[in-house]
Design a protein around this ligand. Structure first.
Ligand code: ARG
Length: 266
């Protein structure tokens, strides 16, 4: 498994585009680097290959590589960031993905879409979030570009503005999700379509527990995932909890810092 990440060299809170971000709250750069390094070390220990994008000055959120694009079988649909503050990342992400041999597709400029932050595969079915960063109309376009079926989920709580803050596929039949972060109809859809769901209370999800990455039988997440150890063990997963305090100040956790590159590839 290959995971694209970006060193937090220029990470900081320089604007406020989600309810977690406060420019008045300073980030401890050294601690952020330590936390990020331990995520890289954990992935490597679990057998994943970490590949690094070049961080760029003036783009403090580039560390959140999950938002670069959604990838399936060698094809990438590039993000159209909703907020102007992050749009400067787009050409750099295109370059990083093309350099790695991916075929990059653009959506119409009028459609907001924030990559794997709002688009997650369960098996070969793509679950897409909308309501805050990604437009619902982008979903069908992404599905067409990748040749996959799409299920749209409506997010309702501004703290869970990206789907990956409240929904995490663990394997082809299991997801971790916080039903209260979406409409009742969307939560019902998840329960209907996914054979095994592990439901997460909002207060646990608010510790970025669902913002997790499954790697080789383990689920890597934030400290809040301590509260999920039991249901995860029942589902056959070991839990690895890492402190993510500095990135949570920006509204991100483990998953936001990680973009799997080989989804859908043999
Ligand atoms: N500060 C970033 C933003 O608001 C955090 C992005 C988190 N990424 C994610 N995939 N949930 O855009």
């Amino acid at each position: 498994m290959a995971i694209l990440m970006c060193r937090p060299d220029f990470f900081g809170i320089e604007y406020e585009i989600n309810p977690w971000m406060r420019v008045a709250v300073s980030v401890d750069r050294d601690l952020a680097a330590t936390q990020w390094n331990s995520l890289v070390a954990t992935y490597t220990r679990l057998g994943a290959d970490v590949t690094l994008a070049e961080p760029r000055p003036g783009l403090p959120d580039m560390v959140f590589s999950a938002n670069a694009a959604v990838i399936w079988n060698g094809a990438a649909v590039l993000s159209n960031f909703h907020h102007a503050e992050r749009r400067g990342e787009e050409p750099f992400w295109r370059q990083e993905l093309e350099q790695r041999g991916l075929t990059v597709t653009d959506l119409d400029r009028s459609l907001s879409f924030e990559g794997a932050g709002d688009a997650l595969f369960v098996g070969s079915r793509l679950f897409c979030g909308y309501g805050f960063r990604t437009d619902r109309d982008a979903h069908a376009a992404v599905g067409r570009a990748l040749g996959v079926d799409v299920v749209s989920l409506e997010l309702v709580d501004p703290r869970f503005y990206h789907l990956d803050t409240c929904f995490c596929p663990l394997n082809e039949r299991t997801v971790l999700f916080a039903p209260d972060a979406m409409t009742p109809a969307s939560a019902r859809l998840v329960r209907q379509l996914v054979p095994h769901v592990i439901q997460v209370p909002l207060d646990v999800a608010a510790g970025f527990a669902c913002n997790a990455m499954p790697v080789g039988g383990s689920v890597v997440s934030s400290l809040a995932a301590t509260r999920l150890e039991e249901p995860l063990a029942d589902a056959g997963f070991a839990t690895v909890e890492l402190p993510m305090s500095e990135f949570m100040k920006s509204g991100g956790g483990v998953r936001c810092l990680s973009l799997p590159l080989d989804a859908g590839s043999a």
